[in-house]
Design a protein around this ligand. Structure first.
Ligand SMILES: *[C@@H]1O[C@H](CO)[C@@H](O)[C@H](O)[C@H]1NC(C)=O
Ligand SMILES: *[C@@H]1O[C@H](CO)[C@@H](O)[C@H](O)[C@H]1NC(C)=O
Ligand SMILES: *[C@@H]1O[C@H](CO)[C@@H](O)[C@H](O)[C@H]1NC(C)=O
Ligand SMILES: *[C@@H]1O[C@H](CO)[C@@H](O)[C@H](O)[C@H]1NC(C)=O
Ligand SMILES: *[C@@H]1O[C@H](CO)[C@@H](O)[C@H](O)[C@H]1NC(C)=O
Ligand SMILES: *[C@@H]1O[C@H](CO)[C@@H](O)[C@H](O)[C@H]1NC(C)=O
Ligand SMILES: *[C@@H]1O[C@H](CO)[C@@H](O)[C@H](O)[C@H]1NC(C)=O
Ligand SMILES: *[C@@H]1O[C@H](CO)[C@@H](O)[C@H](O)[C@H]1NC(C)=O
Length: 207
């Protein structure tokens, strides 16, 4: 049953657009500056999922490696999706984030815009084989749980620059309340499985 659910989700999801991937203005990325906790304000998805608190933690180690941990809280239960990050350079000389998840899947992300103290807009895109469409994912990250107006303006601008403003987004309800985990609370195993399947589907939607 779980397999079917996983396969079903893995097979059907992908956010398509009827144009090829946009050219991303190359930028230098500072993994050290990216360090720390980010809240996921929104992700591009065609799934109807309830999002409570979602965060990404970048953990830059003293040996110059960086771990990444995506977490998602639903009903006081937290799901993790972890991996490691390295920088790689694209054809135009810009830095890309190469994330290798613990399940050995890997994904390359561009940063459309970033202000390391406030917000980041992260993007992955693949051209489809028909030559005139593409599949993409988009992440809006903010340092604060609530998106400040000024940051929202910048994020919207970055997205509009690449003509992605029509992207359907799942917004997370990041508040101090929803981001708190009560370690004492119990969940039925069924909802735990559903939670993590949904989370992995959401965050691994290109596969
Ligand atoms: C692409 O899709 C948009 C809406 O999603 C539509 O307005 C536009 O006409 C489409 N373009 C082509 C070439 O099909
Ligand atoms: C997608 O295709 C367009 C047009 O052929 C090309 O300019 C672009 O570099 C391609 N992007 C990727 C990520 O392959
Ligand atoms: C870097 O350090 C971490 C622990 O701090 C360790 O798990 C990892 O294997 C190290 N990586 C390399 C390439 O040395
Ligand atoms: C750490 O990695 C970055 C990019 O991967 C590199 O530019 C830098 O020189 C490295 N620093 C050290 C101390 O190895
Ligand atoms: C993922 O990383 C977080 C933060 O480092 C850690 O607390 C959690 O136990 C990890 N989960 C898994 C499944 O590896
Ligand atoms: C995209 O390409 C396919 C096959 O090459 C074609 O059938 C389709 O009409 C094209 N779509 C658009 C919007 O140009
Ligand atoms: C967001 O979380 C707060 C605090 O838990 C809750 O009161 C509110 O109803 C939630 N909003 C939505 C849209 O889920
Ligand atoms: C969260 O808990 C409520 C009440 O206990 C339940 O109705 C709901 O289905 C749960 N949601 C998830 C995603 O497990």
């Amino acid at each position: 049953m779980i397999c079917i659910i996983v396969l079903f989700f893995v097979c059907v999801n992908g956010l398509d657009q009827n144009v090829t991937c946009p050219y991303i203005t190359p930028r230098e990325v500072d993994l050290k500056e990216l360090d720390g906790k980010w809240h996921i304000a929104a992700v591009a998805t065609d799934l109807e999922i309830e999002g409570e608190c979602a965060t990404i933690l970048f953990n830059h180690k003293s040996n110059n490696t960086t771990d990444v941990s995506i977490s998602w809280i639903v009903n006081n239960s937290v799901s993790f999706y972890n991996g490691s990050v390295a920088l790689t350079v694209d054809d135009s000389g810009g830095d890309l984030l190469l994330v290798t998840y613990t399940d050995q899947k890997s994904e390359t992300y561009s940063i459309l815009d970033v202000n390391y103290e406030h917000y980041a807009v992260i993007f992955a895109c693949y051209n489809n084989s028909d030559g005139n469409s593409s599949t993409y994912e988009l992440w809006e990250l903010t340092r604060m749980p609530h998106v400040k107006k000024m940051d929202a303006t910048k994020i919207d601008q970055a997205i509009a620059n690449y003509k992605l403003e029509d992207t359907p987004l799942l917004h997370f309800n990041n508040t101090e309340d929803t981001c708190r985990i009560n370690s004492g609370s119990l969940l039925s195993p069924a909802s735990l499985i559903l939670t993590s399947t949904a989370a992995i589907t959401l965050f691994r939607r290109l596969y």
